[in-house]
Ligand binder design. Structure first.
Ligand SMILES: C[S@@+](CC[C@H](N)C(=O)[O-])C[C@H]1O[C@@H](n2cnc3c(N)ncnc32)[C@H](O)[C@@H]1O
Length: 200
């Protein structure tokens, strides 16, 4: 029997995101470390590729002010809905999403006016060969937005706009994006790597 696909939604108050909120490893996790969060230091962040908002939510849960940019009207609407529901939930969820500001548009156009200290870029990457392993949710996002073929251009804009650093989140084993400068250092996880570009 064919499996029914659950409708894609942004959910910050239950499931994987809420679980990570309760049991995650705080600022010691790879993403916050890559973005420059440490004891006594919380940079302002622009998440230029908001998607389902998970990375932004994690960073906001650790105290960062995060501006999220999403260009797909459908993904933007899902995010707006998820943020509203988390706000309505109250308590710590409201506190966290009150640190998150959602913008609709292409980050290449919006970044120059935002003066971000740290910019996160997590583009949709080309499908892997063993695509059966790709999570259903990611496939649903890809059905909506396709692949982000302008990722190199977005990186160049981000590198020109960030005041402190740009972080590129990319599959650990994928080929690097062509046409961008080498990074300052890398944080390598099991399936994901963070390429950190420090701005001097
Ligand atoms: C892989 S998803 C990001 C997932 C996200 N990090 C999360 O935690 O849920 C990439 C998203 O970035 C958006 N995107 C890609 N390039 C963009 C751009 N130049 N401006 C705005 N949004 C962009 C895509 O539409 C897509 O929704």
């Amino acid at each position: 029997m064919a499996q029914k696909t659950a409708e894609l939604r942004v959910d910050f108050v239950s499931g994987a995101v809420a679980h990570r909120l309760r049991f995650g490893g705080g600022r010691g996790q790879d993403l916050p470390k890559a973005m420059g969060l440490r004891a006594g230091k919380t940079p302002t962040i622009v998440d230029a590729t908001a998607g389902l908002g998970r990375d932004s939510f994690l960073l906001a849960s650790l105290g960062a002010q995060v501006t999220l940019i999403e260009r797909s009207p459908k993904m933007h609407a899902l995010l707006a809905d998820g943020l509203q529901r988390a706000h309505d939930e109250g308590g710590q969820f409201r506190e966290i999403v009150d640190r998150m500001t959602l913008l609709h548009g292409d980050a290449k156009d919006l970044l120059p006016d935002l003066g971000a200290e740290a910019i996160l870029i997590d583009p949709m990457h080309p499908p892997r060969k063993n695509s059966a392993l790709v999570k259903q949710e990611l496939r649903q996002v890809r059905d909506i937005v396709g692949t982000d073929d302008d990722a190199a251009e977005l990186m160049r804009v981000a590198l020109a706009c960030a005041r402190k650093r740009v972080v590129l989140k990319w599959p650990a084993k994928a080929d690097p994006i062509q046409g961008i400068q080498g990074c300052s250092h890398q944080i390598l996880g099991k399936s994901t790597r963070y390429d950190v570009f420090m701005i001097s």
